[in-house]
Structure formats: C-alpha cells, structure tokens
Ligand binder design. Structure first.
Ligand code: DON
Length: 574
C-alpha cells in the first residue's frame, strides 16, 4: 500500500515520468486548465521549489532560494508578488496562515487572520446582509503585512527590502494580464465598477482590462515602498493607514486604532497521525486542522483501500466522517481568544464528552440528527495557496485570502490594494449560511477584535521525521475536502501525487445535507448505491478546491512541484 514511498532511485526516475504523463493526460482529458493559457505539469527540483498561483510569483520565490534565502524568505517574497500579479486573491489587504516546519522538526503557525474592527457588533449585518460581502463594511482589519513581517523576523534570513523589491518593480513596471484574471474581471465587472478606486485601476473606460494588456499599479507600488522603508509602520500607520480609513467612506468600520493595534500571532501547530503519517496543521482560528484530524480519526478503523477507490462504501465513510467534522465545526469552533473551546475533548478518540461522533457504516445519518450539541446554537470563491521548500528541507505552506474574489471589491483609494470581505466568515446573521453555505454557532458570532473562523488548511505531511508533502488549497469550505481527499488518495490508495491531486473530488459540509461531487467522480452505480443509503447527491460544475503541492520523494530527496489541473498553479524548481 505504501509502495510509493519505498522504491529505489531508478524507480523514482521512472515514476517521475509516469507522473508527468499522468498529469498531462488528466489535463488534456479535463480540457485544459480552465482559463489558464498553458498546460502545466509537475516540475522536479533538487534544491528548492515554489508552487504558487502565478508564474512570476513562483519565479520570484525561486530566485530568493537560489540566492541562499530560506523557505520563509521565499514565502514572504511570493506573498508580496502575488499581491501584485494575482490581485483577485493575492493580497496585502487580507489575512491567512503561514505554516512552517523547520528542518529540526519544530513547527509553527503564523496566524495573520484579520480581526473584526472595534466598532463591530454581533447584529451589524442584520438588515444589511449583502454588506458583509461587497463594500467596506465587509472588511476585517488586514493581517497579511504584519504576518509576513513577523514570519520574516522570527524565521527568515533575508532583508525585507530584498524580498519586496521585485514586487515593487512589477507594480510600477506592470505585467501582462492573463486570460484567467481577465475573465474574472469580466465576471465580477459589474460590482467592481461600482467603486471608482477599483475601476480606475482595473478598467479602461467602462470596460474591464483585457488579457494581453499591461497592468501597471503605481499606487500599490508606492504602498509597497512604504512597507519596504517603514516596515509595519508603512502599512498600519501614516499614509497607508489614513487611506484605508478614508476608504471606509462612512460605512466601513476600520479606524486608525484598529490598524495600530493589529497583531499576528505565532501559534503552536496542531499535530495528529494517520496510518503512520504525521500531519502538521494550523489550529484555531483555522477550523481546517481540527476538522481534518476528526475526519481521519473517524476513518482510521476502516480499510478504505480494501473497499476500493471511490467505491460506494469508501465514499460513504469519507462523506460521513466529513459530515461529522463539519457539524463539530459549526457547533463548537471559533476564535480561541474569545471562548474556551475544548479542542482536546473534541479530538478525544473516545468521542469525548463533547459530542457523539459515532459513525454509521451503512446509512447516511441525516445532518439534522447530528446537531444535538446542547446550547451551542442561538437558533433552533477567493483565496490562494502556495507551497515552498528550500535546500535544507524547511517547508512552508501559506494560504492567504481576501475571501471572495477581489475581496470586498473595494480598492483602497490611493494605496492600490483590495480590502478583504472576511467579515462574511463570521456568523453574520444567526441561522443563515455564509457565502460558502456554512452555518455556525455563537463562538463564531461577530465581536470586536475577534478573528472569524477559517477553513484555510495549509498542511505538511511527515513520514519518518521528514516532510513528504506540503499542500493546501483555495475553495472556501471545500479547501478541507480537497486536502482530506488528496491525503487519503496518497496514503490509503497509494496514488502518485499528481494523480492524487487531479482525481475528481466530492464534498460534504454537514449543512446543507448534500453530497456534492465533481463530474466523473462517481459512477452511476455508486450514485445509485449512495442514494439508497440515504445520501442526497448533487453533481456540481465548480471545482472542489484547488491544490498547490510539493511532494518530497523520500528515496531520492527530489522535490516535485505539483499544481492542480483545475486551475493553473505554477511550479518552479531548481
Ligand atoms: O478563511 C476562509 O475559510 C475563507 N475566507 C477562504 C476563502 C476561499 O478559499 C475562497 N477561495 N476560493
């Protein structure tokens, strides 16, 4: 079953070409990478690897590694670069998580999740539902810049000015808009054009800028220069801060005190095991780690490999474990600074005092009957992930976001970057679902200074003390399913990394009580069998998460950057 990790060097070489062929076939079968202009497959390197959502950002990261920077240096450089060349999701106006595993095995999570402004209240979106998504009221206090500077100070080796300069040059010099960004600008054009500060950068007259045009972002270039020269103060004080505050325009809540008091937090990582692998994950306020460990714990007793890949029984068990993990998420999880969340009890193997998670091997238990956590309820698509490894094996997984594509759609006037709409990740209106269909309990209601619960799940899989896979995804709540199935595909089904990532996925998030699946994920017989077991199935056209991963071959030590064929991630290695 684990033959994948136990072959000779010759085998490794042969396997690499098989992976390459497999991913190419998958890409061609899938009709290419969506709007991405190029078919991209895995890339092999010995000394360093970056897999990110844009070629220019991956190249900037690898250049830092080549000059002797470590993986955190490269991750910071990639993060700033994506803020320029991938404005729909890369950001300095949002937040995220940077998971770091050092070569000595110690691991840390830099939590730079946004926080709710001081003036926010639990009922602030009642009657103003759309405003948690579009417009300045949806913005939490941005954490990205403080997160990157904190990571660099604690774990980096290179001067900020060297890491940020390539992004400054790209902002002033411009880069060519690709078909992916161009099509998103059209798709979101109507909302984007409502905000003059956004329109002035991304539109030519009344039309969104098109593929092939040069995008110059001078205001963003000056903001990056202020960060380069002033560090934290260049963003959270002075000109940038006052421009953020004036963009609130009477409706948003962020003020200068919110900005001055924002701090990212270095947290311990959450660790668990699954069939001999150690999994390193972020803890709260990311729900991804806890949900994944719960799902793996519930699956552990079953022989998925014996049941068969995407067999009726295997899908049933995986869906039921995810359903339970997501029911726990909704009932219990939120910012750990605001409530005493019993993570240990929730992850206790004896199912703890915190709830009954017992599996039913045969039938789908209706979601409503899993909601029995007394007193926990008050009522009865954009992120990007990138992975980095350096020559010493320091592994970094970063997922950061402004939430929706283009965040709140509002560019900070005169500072050139989008503000997030992360407030929508809170329970904004008790009992209603957020943009990902997620519901939650009181632990995730809006409170001043609180971090909204996240599904972002940067992950490092470790075997025998060494990292074997660095991964993460974009896709809102579907991030957790994408990471979960990639690991199950590798560990239980012995699949090669490219196959494990490209294989069609399914998703259950407890509510709605629906088992969604990508085209081709389930055969008609499996669909019929699952329906008979009580599952409510729905084929969906949108991808279930988009992974960017690096596989580290334990035998050869080679790094294999593996993008997801669902959207054009770009591996660059050396
Ligand atoms: O933190 C979260 O869970 C969401 N804000 C992530 C958003 C996301 O992945 C959108 N991408 N497609």
């Amino acid at each position: 079953m684990h033959g994948l990790f136990a072959v000779s060097d010759d085998m490794s070489v042969r396997r690499l070409s098989i992976w390459f062929a497999a991913i190419c076939c998958t890409l061609i079968a899938a009709g290419g990478c969506g709007d991405s202009p190029v078919l991209r497959g895995p890339v092999v390197g010995r000394n360093g690897m970056v897999v990110s959502g844009h070629p220019l950002a991956s190249e900037i990261g690898v250049e830092i590694l080549k000059r002797g920077g470590n993986a955190v240096d490269a991750a910071v450089a990639v993060g700033f670069a994506l803020a320029v060349v991938y404005p729909e999701a890369g950001n300095i106006g949002g937040g995220g998580f940077m998971l770091i595993r050092k070569p000595d095995g110690s691991s840390f999570c830099v939590d730079f999740r946004e926080v709710a402004p001081r003036a926010s209240t639990s009922g602030m979106y009642i009657g103003r539902e759309g405003e948690s998504v579009d417009g300045p009221l949806g913005a939490g206090v941005p954490g990205t810049v403080d997160g990157f500077l904190t990571a660099l100070r604690e774990f980096g080796t290179t001067r900020l000015s060297d890491l940020i300069q390539p992004s400054i040059d790209l902002a002033f010099g411009g880069f060519v808009i690709d078909s992916s960004l161009a099509s998103y600008l059209v798709e979101y054009g109507q909302t984007l054009s409502r905000y003059p500060s956004t329109k002035k950068i991304f539109f030519g007259g009344n039309e969104p800028k098109r593929a092939g045009e040069l995008l110059v972002q001078e205001d963003l270039g000056y903001t990056l220069e202020r960060i380069r020269d002033g560090g934290r103060e260049g963003f959270y004080a002075g000109v940038t801060a006052s421009r953020i505050v004036s963009t609130m325009d009477g409706s948003g809540l962020i003020d200068t005190t919110d900005l001055a008091s924002y701090r990212s937090v270095i947290r311990p990582t959450l660790k668990g095991t699954y069939r001999g692998y150690e999994i390193v994950l972020p803890g709260l306020p990311s729900s991804g780690g806890i949900c994944l460990l719960k799902a793996f714990q519930l699956l552990q007793p079953y022989n998925l490999h014996g049941e068969g890949y995407h067999s009726e029984k295997a899908v049933h068990l995986m869906a039921e474990s995810m359903k339970r993990a997501f029911s726990m998420r909704a009932a219990w999880l939120g910012d750990p600074e605001f409530a005493d969340i019993p993570v240990d009890r929730l992850l206790a193997p004896d199912e703890g005092v915190a709830g009954d998670f017992s599996m039913n091997e045969d039938v789908a238990v209706p979601s409503d009957s899993l909601a029995g956590y007394p007193g926990r309820f008050r009522e009865g698509n954009e992120t990007t992930h990138y992975s980095v490894i350096d020559r010493d094996g320091m592994a970094v997984a970063v997922t950061y976001t402004i939430n929706d594509l283009f965040g709140s759609k509002v560019v900070v006037d005169g500072a050139g970057f989008f503000l997030n709409d992360e407030m929508d990740d809170f329970v904004t209106v008790p009992g209603s679902a957020n943009m990902y269909g997620l519901v939650g309990g009181e632990e995730n209601m809006v409170e001043p200074g609180k971090r909204p619960l996240s599904s972002m799940t940067p992950t490092i899989l470790v075997k025998g003390g060494n990292p074997v896979l660095i991964l993460g995804a974009r896709g809102g709540s579907k991030i957790i399913s994408a990471v979960f199935q990639t690991i199950v595909n590798l560990v239980d089904f012995g699949m090669a990394p490219a196959e494990a990532i490209s294989g069609p996925r399914f998703h259950h998030q407890w509510k709605p009580d629906t088992l969604q699946f990508e085209k081709g994920a389930l055969t008609p017989a499996v669909i019929a069998g699952l329906t008979a077991r009580g599952h409510h199935l729905q084929e969906i056209a949108t991808p279930i998460g988009k992974i960017e991963a690096i596989f580290i071959d334990p035998q050869s030590g080679w790094y294999i950057g593996v993008p997801d064929p669902r959207e054009g991630g770009v591996p660059v290695g050396f």
